[in-house]
Design a protein around this ligand. Structure first.
Ligand SMILES: [Zn+2]
Length: 58
């Protein structure tokens, strides 16, 4: 994937495999701005099942 520095427009080519965890952060070599790249979502989120609570009258 290609990432642009928001400050100076420098272009970086980042491999998705380089992103560890939920995001990757590095510093632009041109302007020293901090560039944050969120990891691409590969896996499905588990469906949240709402527990149907049977309301019982006390
Ligand atoms: Zn920059």
């Amino acid at each position: 994937m290609i990432v642009f520095c928001e400050e100076c427009g420098e272009r970086y080519v980042i491999e998705a495999d380089e992103i560890k965890g939920s995001a990757m952060i590095f510093i632009c070599r041109v302007c020293n701005d901090i560039i944050r790249i969120p990891a691409p979502e590969k896996h499905h989120k588990p469906e949240e099942k709402e527990k149907n609570k049977a309301e019982k009258k006390k």
